[in-house]
Design a protein around this ligand. Structure first.
Ligand code: C5P
Length: 281
């Protein structure tokens, strides 16, 4: 069984002051995009995980392993292979998507019959971004990310992702936000943008984590400026970075933009299609 696990981008991400548990309340518009990791499941007596990226741990540090352990009935096994295409630590939710897909498909594989909401409760114990991937392709996520309101995806479903070779550690980005902005009003009811074209939508999108990420990495800040000048349009950061993106209404525009960026060196620019599949498919 081969399972495609899509990446996500945060089109819009508002962050409130830290809660007593240390997490930050968010209000974020998540959408899946057409860049995928692949999981395969095969019958086995015990639990095993192998991954084609040596930089990705294939033990209890891996969210797929933890998802499998959280569901696994006594005495059951599965051999899981994970093929990584979504860069780790880039704000694209690859590990979270892999874990959500593992929950859904292992539930079927072991014939457990858990409901989507039961799986979402387990997903929330694995990480703040995991529950979203049970409700693709588009949702407003609140709480620390686990309160999901599915909404229609935007019309502008083509994106160019720019994957800088910079790793942004999520906890440090949130901490820097608190230092830069010790008090902040937060309203998690801000209305979802209603723009219908990329040119209308992009200027309305905000990511509160851009300021701290760019403060921690002036190189990333410089890269965003360069991209906006080259493409002559707003470029946003996904999650806590370092992935940068912009949106297009048509495939031809996204492909042309990726070609424009190909000459820049140091960055990988990937045109991504609207996604198909995902944990709910
Ligand atoms: O839940 P997850 O493991 O993805 O979170 C990683 C880290 O990101 C947390 O330990 C916390 O420092 C930060 N975080 C946060 N507020 C959120 C989500 C994550 O402060 N809503």
């Amino acid at each position: 069984m081969r399972i495609q696990c899509p990446a996500k981008i945060n089109l819009d991400l508002r962050v409130g002051p830290p809660r007593t548990d240390g997490f930050h309340p968010i209000r974020s518009w998540f959408v899946t995009v057409g860049l995928y990791d692949t999981l395969t499941l095969s019958p086995a007596d015990d639990l095993s995980l192998t991954c084609d990226d040596p930089a990705v741990p294939s033990d209890a540090r891996n969210l797929v392993w933890r998802a499998a352990e959280a569901l696994r009935p006594a005495g059951r096994g599965v051999a899981i292979t994970l093929s990584k295409r979504i860069p780790s630590g880039g704000g694209l939710g690859g590990g979270s998507s892999d874990a959500a897909s593992a929950l859904v498909r292992l539930d079927a594989f072991w014939e457990l019959g858990r409901s989507r909401d039961e799986l979402a409760t387990i997903a929330a114990t694995l990480g703040s971004d995991v529950p979203f991937f049970l409700y693709p392709p588009s949702a407003i996520c609140r709480g620390r990310g686990e309160v999901i309101e599915p909404v229609p995806p935007p019309n502008s479903r083509w994106a160019v992702l720019v994957l800088p070779p910079i790793h942004m550690p999520t906890p440090a980005v949130f901490r820097r936000l608190d230092e830069l902005r010790p008090t902040a009003a937060f309203d998690d009811e801000t209305p979802q943008p209603t723009a219908t074209t990329a040119a209308e939508l992009l200027p309305t999108l905000v990511n509160d984590l851009e300021a701290p990420a760019f403060d921690l990495s002036p190189e990333l800040a410089g890269m965003r400026g360069t991209l906006e000048r080259r493409l002559d349009r707003p470029v946003r950061m996904s999650g806590s970075g370092s992935t940068l993106f912009t949106l297009y209404d048509a495939e031809s525009e996204a492909r042309a933009a990726a070609l424009t960026l190909a000459g820049m060196g140091r960055v990988e620019a990937v045109p991504v299609a609207p996604p198909s599949g995902g944990a709910s498919a």
